[in-house]
Structures are given as structure tokens and as C-alpha cells.
Ligand binder design. Structure first.
Ligand code: FAD
Length: 406
């Protein structure tokens, strides 16, 4: 028997789990196995400042390489886990190495959906943005005057569109749904973000799907769209969502459903195996959800660390998220799943505003566009359970939001 903690995935959640355990003074052996060659690093800048060339890779890493040595966290990089055996409590890496565990943690993240090869998704010049290698390959292609087509109007696609405009590319975003950000935000937030992109010269075409990409000599040169038009393109970014990396867990017989199903203690259907971050499906107000965010990856992993040293607290997510596009900071507190009403409050700066989401009269989330005060207030209200704020104050742009916290 071993008390070794094996973490599959050396990203945000994997790192947070090991760091928190060491912070709590727990010195059990830890082996963290990651498919990528880099030491653990944060992803959000990959579609923002890193892609723009304003941030070096050193600033993306959570800790320098020495931290892992000093803290006795064994890192196995460029290593793919091929299988796990819950009965024998082992993981098998590609190449055959077998590692025994006492506790296993899945922190395997998610994989961006790619455009199918049958419609040209395998042509050169077609990108996704998930890891450093993706961003590095994309960055060298982002040359002024080139034409970029972004397929999918979600956060990552819109952030990449903003970077590309800043770098002088011609940018079109197509979204097959009714509108951009349809899955994640209200119409009001989408309208605001669309206006910001259009004011920067991005063409946004909603209700417009991709029929196929056209290629010449293996490189993308054009796109045929569902509205019957074609356009010439030099580059394509697919921002069409991501699926949880749960195949290993499924193959090992754990409960999965577009993610590894966990309870409020982040425990999978095997009590020795936890899952956290993008790969986990967790209970949320009676539903099963996947929260793809830095907040969830860190907080869920830290909750597991506390449990492993004898804690008893369940993980209760307090979601927050952000997206940077041009000089606009969109900050989101809460989770708007199931909202039935919104209230828009203009902010004090030009262009700033906030969208407040309600479900059955209770506040569940806030989107704040260049409006830090609204974000902080909304987050505080949600964290403290003051979810029936005075709507008269909220709707009055002259009223001080602080009153809601009293
Ligand atoms: P990851 O950080 O993705 O780490 C998973 C790791 O596991 C990967 O390195 C993967 O290679 C490895 N792995 C998977 N399977 C195996 C295997 N079988 N063997 C070995 N290794 C394996 N969130 C925000 O809150 N705000 C933002 O602004 C924001 N922007 C983002 C921008 C981009 C471009 C991306 C890609 C994500 C962004 N996110 C943002 C989301 C956030 O980065 C993720 O939610 C977070 O990284 C999830 O952490 P994780 O540890 O679950 O997964």
C-alpha cells in the first residue's frame, strides 16, 4: 500500500491541489503527470496578453521549476496517462510505466472541439486555442492585413478576435446561434460586447453557420457559409466549445456524463478518486454542471486538499469569471444558469454597465462591463446570501450601490 497522491493533469487544478496540500503541511508523496512539456502554467492569457505578445511565458507559470523540487512534488511532464486500474490502484503511462496510488486526482481539463476534417478542419491555418503550443503557432500567423475567420462567438473566440484586431488583421466572427455568447450570457451583455467589437471594426455575423472551409495546397483559403456566401480567409480559429477529458475515467468504469461525475466533496464514483476543474461534473442547485473557469479549478482543488488532510467541508462553488477584450474588462460574479429576468444598470464611466440576473426574484449572477463597483457589490451580495436586493436602488444609476450591502 502507498499513500502517494497521483494527479493526472499538470494544469490549473493539478497545481492548486499540490500547492494547497504543501501549504497545509501535508508531505505525502505527490506525483503530477502532465501531457504538456511545460511546467504548470495559467491558460487565460493565451487568448489575451500572451497571444498579443505582451506577456512572456515565464509570467504564465504558477511557480518556477525549483518550487516543485523544493516541495517534493514529482513532475512527470510530456507524459500521457493511458489507463487507470481502480482495483489495483495504479495508473499506466504511455511507454508502460506503472505508478501505484493511494489517492488519485483527475485534473485532466477539457479539449477544444475541432472543426471536422470532412469540412476542412484539418487544413493548415485552422487553429484552436487551448495550450501554449496552440497560442505560439497562432501568434506567428497573426500578421497585419491577413483575414481571420473566428468560428463561434464565445469568450475565447471573441478574445482572440480582439487580439487579432489589435494586431491589424481583418476579422470576421460567425456564430450559428441567434447571437454571440448565447450559451453563457444575456442578450444585453451580448449586445454590449457586439457593439464593442463592431466599433473596433470586427464583422460579426450571427445566425450564420460554416458549411465548409476551402483549401489550396493543404492550406485554408476560404470559407463557405450557411447563408450561401463565401469569403476569402487566411486563418481560422475554432471557438466552438470544449469537451471534458473524461475518457480515461469512462474506460475505468467511473461514472461520467460529459465529465467525471463527482459529489459535493469532488469524489467520483470511486471513493479513492477525486476529479476537479474542467473535467468534473458537479452538483449545482439540483443540476449537474461543468464550470470551466480558473475559480472552479482552484477552489475545487483546494477543497480536495482540505479533505485529504482531514477536513469535512463540502465544496460550495462561488463562481466568478472574467474576459478581457480590447480595453474592456468583463467581470462575472455568480452563475446565470436558469435566469428568468435581467436588469441593466448603467455604470458611471462611459460604456460601463452591469447586467443583473435573477431567477424567481433572487439574484444569481452579475455581468459587469468596465464596472468594478457593480462586480464587487454583486459578488458580495451573492457571497453573503443577500439575494433580494432593493430593485429601486439597483435600477437607479445615481444611487450608491453600497446601500445594498447594509
Ligand atoms: P487545464 O488547466 O486545462 O489542465 C489540464 C491538463 O491535463 C492539461 O495540461 C492536459 O494536457 C493534461 N491532461 C489531460 N489528459 C491527460 C492525460 N491522460 N495524461 C496526462 N495529462 C493529461 N477561465 C477564467 O476563469 N477566465 C478566463 O479569462 C479564461 N480564459 C481562458 C482562455 C483560454 C485560451 C483557455 C484555454 C481557457 C481559459 N479559461 C479562463 C479557462 C481556464 O483556463 C480553465 O478553466 C482551467 O485551466 C481549468 O483547469 P484544469 O486544471 O481543469 O485544466
Amino acid at each position: 500500500m502507498t499513500d502517494r497522491l497521483v494527479i493526472i493533469g499538470a494544469g490549473q487544478a493539478g497545481f492548486a491541489l499540490s500547492a494547497k496540500l504543501r501549504m497545509l503541511g501535508d508531505m505525502r508523496p505527490i506525483t503530477m503527470i502532465g501531457a504538456e512539456p511545460e511546467i504548470p502554467y495559467q491558460r487565460p492569457p493565451l487568448s489575451k496578453k500572451y497571444l498579443l505578445g505582451e506577456m512572456t511565458f515565464e509570467r504564465l507559470t504558477f511557480r518556477p521549476a525549483e518550487w516543485f523540487v523544493e516541495n517534493k512534488v514529482e513532475l512527470k511532464l510530456s507524459t500521457w496517462v493511458d489507463a487507470i486500474d481502480p482495483a489495483a490502484q495504479t495508473v499506466t503511462c504511455r511507454g508502460g510505466e506503472e505508478i501505484a496510488y493511494g489517492t488519485l486526482a483527475f485534473a485532466t481539463g477539457s479539449t477544444p472541439r475541432r472543426l471536422p476534417a470532412a469540412i476542412g478542419g484539418d487544413l493548415k491555418g485552422v487553429f484552436v486555442v487551448r495550450d501554449k503550443a496552440d497560442a505560439d503557432c497562432l501568434a506567428v500567423e497573426m500578421k497585419p492585413g491577413r483575414t481571420l475567420l473566428v468560428v463561434g462567438g464565445g469568450y475565447i473566440g471573441l478574445e482572440a478576435a480582439a487580439v487579432a484586431r489589435n494586431l491589424g488583421l481583418d476579422v470576421t466572427v460567425i456564430e450559428m446561434g441567434e447571437r454571440i455568447l448565447q450559451r453563457v450570457a444575456s442578450r444585453e451583455t451580448a449586445d454590449a460586447m457586439r457593439a464593442i467589437h463592431e466599433s473596433h471594426g470586427v464583422t460579426i455575423r450571427e445566425k450564420t453557420g460554416l458549411v465548409r472551409l476551402i483549401g489550396e495546397n493543404g492550406h485554408v483559403t476560404g470559407a463557405e457559409l450557411a447563408d450561401g456566401t463565401t469569403m476569402a480567409v487566411d486563418l481560422v480559429i475554432a471557438g466552438i466549445g470544449a469537451s471534458a477529458n473524461d475518457a480515461l475515467a469512462t474506460a475505468a468504469g467511473l461514472a461520467t456524463s460529459n465529465g467525471i461525475v463527482v459529489d459535493e466533496y469532488a469524489r467520483s464514483s470511486d471513493p479513492n478518486i477525486y476529479a476537479m476543474g474542467d473535467c468534473a461534473v458537479l452538483p449545482w442547485k439540483g443540476a449537474q454542471v461543468r464550470l470551466e473557469s480558473v475559480q472552479n479549478a482552484i477552489d475545487q482543488a483546494e477543497a480536495v486538499a482540505c479533505l485529504l488532510v482531514g477536513g469535512t467541508e463540502p465544496y460550495r462553488p462561488k463562481p466568478w469569471f472574467w474576459s478581457d477584450q480590447y480595453d474592456v474588462k468583463l467581470q462575472i460574479a455568480g452563475f446565470n444558469l436558469g435566469f428568468d429576468e435581467t436588469l441593466v444598470r448603467p455604470g458611471s464611466r462611459e460604456g460601463s454597465r452591469s447586467v443583473w440576473y435573477f431567477s424567481h426574484g433572487e439574484l444569481i449572477a452579475v455581468d459587469a462591463i468596465n464596472d468594478a463597483k457593480a462586480y464587487v457589490t454583486g459578488k458580495r451580495l451573492l457571497d453573503t446570501g443577500k439575494i433580494t436586493p432593493d430593485l429601486a436602488i439597483l435600477a437607479d444609476p445615481q444611487a450608491d450601490l453600497k446601500q445594498l450591502l447594509q
